[in-house]
Design a protein around this ligand. Structure first.
Ligand SMILES: *Cc1c(COP(=O)(O)O)cnc(C)c1O
Length: 489
């Protein structure tokens, strides 16, 4: 069933607004300021409301069903986050307001910087980066500034493991550094020999995701970090997977020099079309002076009667501003609310349950789906979506078929080092009943792959739209909603 376009619902003369009588003399619009004959649909308010609410229901979201999208941590976003973000003092403040008039906002930002610093083991935090990839860029620019500041200007290489998220090499290239790919070993760790071979005085740093995109904790993490530090490089942590580590391990304590957090993954702020995101960056002491400008700091200590005075300060060797104003402040409010609601022990429980849920799924599915790096995983694991006795079925078909069970497909075809990869991350917010329903759907799909592969090849069958023609979708893009007769171009 395809929805009517809003133009097909249109009826001449129908309208959804009634303007009051004008209480000023009416004049003609100057000619040329308005476009003549604009094909606007004519509808009543209820038509518009039902049309868009119906469209919104076609989408799958965390609020409508299970969303085990590996690497992206699609956990439930508590609605209290929205309540606090809408408090008038936050929602109606202006970033150009005098800091003295925005003390509450600055106190929240300072609190968030402190909590993130404590969680990651870092001495300084910037809230400016707009998302994870932007945090990576900020972090690599900080590493670059550090080396240049010491006159160490031949360091142009950034080492990136082959399991890394695509944003890591992209970031490196954008900061005019050279990407050197490092192989993984058979246990899914960084291959230490391959790494040693690249450690020299041209290394600016290493980008390491821990746990990595296979959902595995890097077993030689301290050795890897030491190798990089010994050759004078710094270690960047891709902290998109912090959900597995909250309250358990602090990357700063392990020796990571700089790391980004994804507030929209770990700290329950909406993403995946519901953004914007936020990718704060934490640094160890020796990098504090390079943080983006400004950061929030205490200007005057408070006491029992007077709260501290917060202000915006410029770190002395700052790489400059990476985002207008103060980053995505509304996201910061949501993430801070989440942290305060969880508290210290709650955050630790998040990590414990995220890891427990992932291992539960891994063990229940590993006899049906081959898990190539089958050891205790962190918050996610990667299975293969293919079988020798069902040669025509691919991970893609399994993903499409899952939609018939009301489940969002896992990330597929990533990481690249697993063939037909299905990357599954249940998160801590799902119940055992939901996890069991997912296992049952996955096992049934594996049976269908042998008994009735056609049902997989033609899936999904129960969704508002069936399988899309991906080639046509890429070649014949329709990006605007226009009346039928003008939509042909
Ligand atoms: C999501 C993710 C990123 C990028 O974060 P964005 O907020 O999407 O820019 C980087 N690395 C890993 C491992 C991720 O999962």
């Amino acid at each position: 069933m395809i929805e009517p376009l809003i133009y097909e619902l249109s009826s001449p003369g129908r309208e959804g607004v009634q303007l009051p009588e004008a209480d000023v003399p009416q004049t003609e619009f100057p000619k040329g300021l308005t476009r003549e004959g604009l094909p606007l649909p004519e509808l009543s308010e209820i038509d518009v409301m039902r049309h868009f609410v119906r469209l919104s229901q076609f989408n799958h979201g965390v609020d409508t069903g299970f969303y085990p999208l590996g690497s992206c941590t699609m956990k439930y976003n508590p609605k209290i986050n929205e309540d606090t973000a809408r408090l008038p003092g936050f929602a109606f403040s202006h970033p150009l307001q005098d800091p003295e008039m925005a003390q509450g906002n600055l106190a929240l930002m300072y609190g968030l910087q402190e909590w993130l610093g404590e969680i990651g083991g870092f001495a300084g935090v910037s809230l400016q980066p707009a998302a994870g990839a932007h945090g990576e860029l900020t972090g690599i620019l900080i590493i670059r500034a550090y080396h240049l500041d010491r006159g160490d200007n031949k360091r142009t290489k950034i080492l990136v493991p082959d399991s890394a998220h695509g944003t890591n090499p992209a970031t490196t290239t954008m900061s005019s550094m050279e990407v050197i790919e490092i192989a993984s070993d058979e246990r899914g760790n960084v291959d230490l020999n391959a790494l040693r071979g690249h450690c020299d005085d041209c290394v600016a740093g290493l980008m390491l995701t821990n746990p990595n995109t296979l959902g595995l904790f890097e077993e030689h993490v301290t050795e890897v970090i030491k190798l990089i530090h010994d050759c004078g490089g710094l270690v960047y942590g891709d902290g998109a997977n912090m959900n597995a580590l909250l309250g358990v391990v602090r990357p700063g304590d392990l020796g990571f020099d700089v790391l980004h957090y994804n507030l929209h993954k770990t700290f329950s702020t909406p993403h995946g079309g519901g953004g914007p995101g936020s990718g704060p960056v934490g640094v160890l002491k020796h990098l504090i002076d390079y943080l983006p400008d400004p950061i929030v700091d205490v200007i005057e200590e408070g006491n029992d009667e007077v709260p501290p005075l917060y202000g915006l300060v410029r770190p002395s060797k700052s790489i400059g501003r990476v985002k207008s104003f103060h980053g995505h402040f509304g996201v910061a409010v949501r993430a801070y609310t989440y942290m305060r609601m969880q508290g210290k022990s709650g955050l630790r429980a998040v990590a414990d349950h995220a890891v427990l849920n992932a291992n539960y799924l891994r063990v229940r599915l590993r006899d049906t789906y081959h898990v190539p790096y089958d050891r205790i995983c962190m918050h996610e694991f990667v299975a293969e979506g293919c079988w020798e006795d069902a040669p025509e079925v691919h991970a893609f078909d399994i993903a499409k078929r899952l939609m018939d069970f009301g489940i969002h497909p896992p990330t597929n075809y990533f990481p690249l080092i697993v063939r037909e990869a299905l990357m599954i991350e249940p998160t801590e917010t799902e119940s055992i009943e939901m996890l069991d329903a997912f296992v049952e759907a996955m096992i049934r799909i594996a049976e269908e792959a042998r008994s009735d592969p056609e049902i997989l090849k033609t899936a999904p069958h129960n969704t508002p739209l069936g399988r899309l023609d991906e080639v046509k979708a890429a070649r014949q893009l329709v990006l605007c909603c226009r009346p039928a007769e003008t939509n042909q171009s």
